[in-house]
Design a protein around this ligand. Sequence first.
Ligand SMILES: CC(C)(COP(=O)(O)OP(=O)(O)OC[C@H]1O[C@@H](n2cnc3c(N)ncnc32)[C@H](O)[C@@H]1OP(=O)(O)O)[C@@H](O)C(=O)NCCC(=O)NCCS
Length: 180
Amino acid sequence: MNKSNTLTEKYEIKIIIQKETPENYPAIHEILCACFNRESEGNLVKALRVNDKAILSLVAMQNAEVVGHVMFTPVTTSPLFTATGLGLAPLAVKPEYQKQGIGAKLVEEGLRLCAELGCDYVVLLGNPKYYQRFGFRKASDFGMQNEYGVDEPFMLIKLTNCDLQNGLIKYCPEFSLFSL
Ligand SMILES: CC(C)(COP(=O)(O)OP(=O)(O)OC[C@H]1O[C@@H](n2cnc3c(N)ncnc32)[C@H](O)[C@@H]1OP(=O)(O)O)[C@@H](O)C(=O)NCCC(=O)NCCS
């Protein structure tokens, strides 16, 4: 085997995206604490699970190691729309595994599964430079407002040809309990 093959084998990482299981919970909590330098996001994720709000919670696995996580929870609108939405939050990749496309894999597989679940749109609060590549646009382009007093960072992607009119989108109440 030549040197470049050996290097490729050594550094190429194979990532599998799958639904979280209870045995992943401690590793997910550790990743969230490491990524956000606080406990809030980890505690939020625990509360969302306990309250049955974790509609979709995925882990990125490298062999037996959890290296990333993303959660999707229901959002509500006022006025009430027939279209159903999910909020993507939080998304985290273990610091030493970042910038290798793992975050992108979690987002892409997450959106695919959200569409499979019949979800009409997904929203998130994040860096537009990162999330535009997946097709997210600022939610205000669709007439949708948010509770955070921001414009560009509150983003939305339609997964169906749903009708969105002017309205306010709200995450689950758990999000306001953890001072995020
Ligand atoms: C945001 C976050 C989840 C992104 O995860 P990630 O796995 O690093 O994301 P990706 O690898 O898909 O993309 C990150 C960057 O790496 C680049 N990249 C992707 N694959 C790459 C590769 N194979 N080689 C080099 N760079 C690569 C991407 O182009 C992107 O660059 P850019 O944003 O500067 O244009 C991660 O940085 C994180 O956990 N941050 C802390 C928590 C956080 O802020 N979460 C988001 C708010 S909830």
